[in-house]
Design a protein around this ligand. Structure first.
Ligand code: NAP
Ligand code: SF4
Length: 675
């Protein structure tokens, strides 16, 4: 008997059956744009082998003006059909099903040719859209239908028509972006004409035995977005027009409420999808922050949806469904919703991958083949770099010993997990623990290793991490000056007024940690909704609470300082930096930049500004927390190198400036693949 009877139950669509209730949601990986169709095919085939019932590709443009970017993948020609057939054939051979997402970006299309119902520029694009005339609208519909027909010719099992997240079809629905007075604007009947026509004409063109998923925005989270009644009306009309499945989308891209970041509670929006259950006859899918089989099962058991969509979790572990079905859910590599290697890469124009699984989108290139000759490998440091090297080297058949002087594995991950909103890191450390226990790696904790201990190994890997940088501020040896490690390990007393020195990722995290008392909103959905101003869309248009965000009072008065004169948090993740900034702003954090640190004394922290050291100012503080970055811990590596012993130095020990788990895990896995 499985622990996930709902998640693993088949879903009969009439003309075809899905083998379980898991959809791999659409993600723009950048793979199609590499034009290496074998690589695209392997990415999807790997996930098909992993048991997911139906996959949706990244958004494919129906024409130039609707593509997300100039040069983005489109479905417009015989050559496109031929390329995509490589993918669909490989997926079908692997026993999977795949639908192509047709994404018309409208005013979100990043180029001067972008089109929209009205010339209203999006706040997240520099390009004002061109207003479509009647002929232009007809062309967009015809191009979308044509893309669906070509997708069918290419062997796809269906298409997903993207109608949410603030893209083209969504832009027609709301007065915020549709100011037209013709038959495509004004009344709701007119504004919803475009999505309905698109679905109806697509169905007419592809016939009955082809899946049409319509991605419907359940809660726009932008001012003047759709009302709940409008959403339900649209869902019913889309069903009548011939959709097979409704997939629900949450929030426009320009919404100022986080919807998928790690600080969003798990399954935070499933209750919104539930409001559609019983209102339509076709299956309904829910999504957003569902990342374990347990959460998926719970969402389905509570009747929130007929299916769950997981996108990023399928990057983290291609075998998600298969492992769940085999009763090995604790072996599923968890998506921690960090966005660091997926969405941040996409928006940075880089190929997508995954922080916890660097093989994602690199299936054909980063391959862990059995080792030609088995080596004895010593790895010093059980942080993310050392752990990933150990697991990958052991998988290849090497004899690995992993040392750490601490009593637990995880290194800096153990600090991240203490921060409210970063609870997912607990799961990541647990996963490493499970996988180590499963493997043949010999784990030696509480072991301070010397160069002499490393004799006799064929390969030595130094992953000793970092030490905090000493900012050398006069007075920093006072009892009320502490470093971030002691704060995050609950080893330091911190007063009510705090000055945080250094506004990098850790300065932000420590501020967040110090501002919260009691339960983390990430673990308490009503509290999180109140904090960000999310309301029931049936009561308030687009799900925006009229009173706006109402965060709990800050537990402390925090001043966050940096020497640079630039905007605080400028170097944080592209898709998450704004959330960290907004969260601290809501808690009245005082951002101070362009400072020189003069001294710390009984009055507090003395700073001045600019090269001329002007405007001397005292930041009154009971406690000063040092978050001034790190230096590589290389002492063991230096000793080995001095005595002529070759070693591989990875992670923070290699490069502290860019210390982060994404780089460490990728570097460790790649090293292991080469040993
Ligand atoms: P960091 O990002 O390098 O930031 C260090 C901070 O210390 C900067 O604000 C820097 O700003 C300041 N600083 C540098 N030298 C200083 C000195 N001599 N005296 C005083 N201040 C000094 O390092 P981090 O915050 O420790 O984070 C380490 C890494 O962890 C990051 O690279 C990031 O990848 C990762 N991380 C990311 C996140 C996240 O994205 N949320 C969270 C945690 C960790 P000024 O030079 O302007 O003063
Ligand atoms: Fe999830 Fe982070 Fe991997 Fe993206 S990079 S799939 S958010 S773990």
């Amino acid at each position: 008997m499985t622990a996930y009877p709902k998640m693993l139950a088949p879903l009969d669509l009439g003309f075809t059956t899905l083998k379980n209730r898991v959809l791999m949601g659409s993600m723009h990986t950048g793979l199609e744009e590499t034009k290496d169709w074998n690589r695209v095919a392997e990415f999807y085939a790997d996930r098909a082998r992993g048991g997911v019932a139906l996959m949706v590709t990244g958004g494919i443009g129906p024409n130039l003006e609707g593509s997300v970017l100039p040069g983005a993948a489109m479905m417009t020609s015989d050559q496109d059909v031929e390329n995509h057939s490589i993918v669909t054939n490989r997926v079908h051979e692997a026993g999977g099903k795949i639908a192509m997402q047709i994404l018309h970006a409208g005013r979100y299309s990043y180029g001067p040719k972008c089109v929209a119902p009205s010339p209203v520029k999006s706040p997240i694009s520099p390009f004002p859209p061109n207003e479509l005339d009647e002929e232009g609208i007809e062309k967009q519909i015809a191009d979308i239908v044509n893309a669906a027909v070509l997708a069918q010719q290419a062997g796809y099992d269906g298409v997903e028509i993207m109608g949410s997240e603030g893209y083209f079809l969504n832009q027609f629905l709301v007065t915020h972006t549709n100011k037209r007075e013709d038959r495509w604007g004004g009344s709701y009947e007119n504004r919803m004409r475009l999505p309905i026509d698109v679905v109806r004409r697509t169905r007419e063109a592809v016939g009955t035995n082809f899946i049409i998923i319509y991605r419907l925005s359940m809660i726009d989270l932008v001012p003047n977005g759709s009302t709940y009644d409008e959403v339900v009306q649209l869902a019913q009309e889309v069903e009548k027009a011939g959709a097979t499945i409704l997939n629900t989308g949450i929030g426009w891209h320009e919404a100022r409420i986080p919807t998928i970041a790690t600080s969003v509670p798990r399954a935070a929006f499933a209750w919104v999808t539930k409001k559609l259950m019983g209102k339509v006859g076709i299956p309904v899918i829910t999504s957003n922050r569902i990342n374990t089989p347990e959460v998926a099962e719970q969402v389905l058991s509570e009747g929130c949806a007929d299916m769950v969509s997981m996108a990023r979790p399928m990057l983290a572990d291609a075998d998600f469904v298969a492992k769940a079905a085999e009763g090995k859910s604790n072996q599923i590599a968890p998506c921690i919703a960090c966005n660091q290697a997926c969405l941040d890469h996409t928006f940075g124009g880089k190929l997508t991958s995954c922080l916890v699984n660097p093989r994602a989108c690199h299936e054909t290139e980063l391959v862990l083949t059995p080792a030609e000759s088995v080596k004895a490998i010593a790895i010093v440091g059980a942080g993310p770099a050392g752990l990933s090297t150990a697991l990958a080297a052991s998988e290849r058949g090497h004899k690995v010993t992993l040392f750490d002087r601490a009593s637990e594995i995880g290194g800096q991950l153990n600090m991240a997990k203490q921060v409210p909103g970063k609870e997912e890191f607990w799961g990541l450390v647990d996963w490493y623990r499970t996988m180590l226990a499963q493997s043949d790696v010999a784990l030696e904790l509480n072991r301070e290793v010397s160069a002499g201990d490393l004799k006799g190994f064929d390969e030595v890997v130094i992953a000793t991490g970092v030490v905090p940088r000493d900012p050398q501020i006069p007075g920093q040896d006072r009892a009320n000056v502490v470093d971030y490690i002691d704060v995050l390990r609950h080893k330091a007393e911190v007063g009510k007024r705090v000055a945080v020195i250094g506004a990098g990722g850790i300065g932000f995290d420590v501020s967040e940690f110090l501002l919260h008392a009691g339960e983390s909103p990430t673990e308490n959905l009503p509290l999180w909704m109140q904090e960000w101003g999310v309301a029931d869309p049936a009561e308030h248009r687009a799900g925006l609470a009229p009173e706006g965000p109402q965060p709990e009072a800050p537990a402390r008065e925090v001043t966050l300082l940096q020497r640079k004169a630039e905007r605080h948090g400028k170097r944080l993740g592209k898709t998450t930096g704004w959330i960290h900034r907004a969260a601290l702003k809501m808690k009245d954090v005082n951002f101070v930049g362009g400072v020189n640190y003069e001294k710390i004394d009984d009055e507090g922290l003395h700073v001045s500004f600019g090269e001329a050291r002007e405007n001397p100012t005292v930041i009154a503080a009971d406690t000063v927390v040092l978050c001034s970055g790190q230096l590589s811990e290389r002492s063991l590596a230096d000793t080995l190198e001095a005595q002529g012993t070759a070693c591989h130095v990875i992670g923070g020990a290699d490069l502290a400036a860019e210390l982060d788990a994404k780089r460490a895990i990728n570097q460790g896995t790649r090293l292991a693949a080469s040993l």
